[in-house]
Design a protein around this ligand. Structure first.
Ligand code: GTP
Ligand code: MG
Length: 202
């Protein structure tokens, strides 16, 4: 399941503009600043293939990256970025949701959740929307390297993950598959790549 090569293909702002070669793809979605672009870089072992930033709102388009000339990783804009202009927020939200609903070669969405902070309602709502629309989903907990600090509620990533899982179970009755990750230590990288290769071969 190793990555041999990865290339940026294109940025799109409408599902219609996305590549049309029908190759299987996986999309990374989650709150702004949760670490989508960083995780993509970790998966393909490149430092700056996808652009990252300390400030939320960095990724603003649907960005397709082709891996091993045979499948796509898709970096998306985050949701819940309160400081972006309302019009821009509505627009990103609309085209990402349209993308989920219309993209036929989308094998699974990887919903990223920040494990260094307590569970957020907006993430539960997003998971619930994906579930209601029958979009296949894998949960990815990010920033598992960040140890407890007063400012994040003094909880360990494992405790935040447990709380999130139990809330998700209340919503869904069952929890989707989930993986703990860090783009700093590359924790979870091989597990995600293996999971993606299993999903492609179904
Ligand atoms: P948007 O494109 O704005 O939606 O954000 P994003 O989800 O793509 O986040 P991005 O990858 O740009 O990372 C946001 C910030 O979190 C950056 O400062 C990263 O260095 C940091 N970060 C991302 N992943 C990790 C991680 O696993 N551990 C730690 N400690 N920091 C991380
Ligand atoms: Mg990004």
């Amino acid at each position: 399941a190793q990555v041999v090569n990865a290339d940026f293909v294109k940025s799109s702002v409408r599902p219609d503009d996305c590549p049309r070669d029908g190759l299987p793809e996986f999309a990374l979605v989650g709150r702004s600043n949760v670490g989508k672009s960083s995780l993509l870089n970790s998966l393909v072992r490149r430092k700056r293939l996808a652009l990252t930033s300390k400030k939320p709102g960095k990724t603003q388009c649907i960005n397709h990256f082709k891996v091993n000339d045979s499948w796509y990783l898709v970096d998306l804009p985050g949701y819940g970025y309160a400081s972006a202009p309302q019009e821009a927020r509505t627009n990103w939200d609309e085209f990402t949701r349209n993308y989920f609903l219309s993209r036929e070669n989308l094998v699974s969405v990887f919903l990223l959740i920040d494990a260094s902070i307590p569970a957020k309602k907006i993430d539960l709502d997003y998971a619930s929307w994906l579930g209601q629309n029958k979009v296949p989903m894998t949960l990815v907990f990010t920033k598992c390297d960040k140890r407890k600090k007063k400012k994040n509620g003094g909880r360990r990533p494992e405790e935040n993950v447990e709380t999130f899982q139990s809330l998700i179970r209340e919503y869904f009755g069952a929890a989707p598959p989930w993986i703990m990750t860090s783009s700093v230590t590359n924790q979870g990288r091989d597990e995600i790549l293996l999971h993606m290769s299993q999903l492609r071969n179904y």
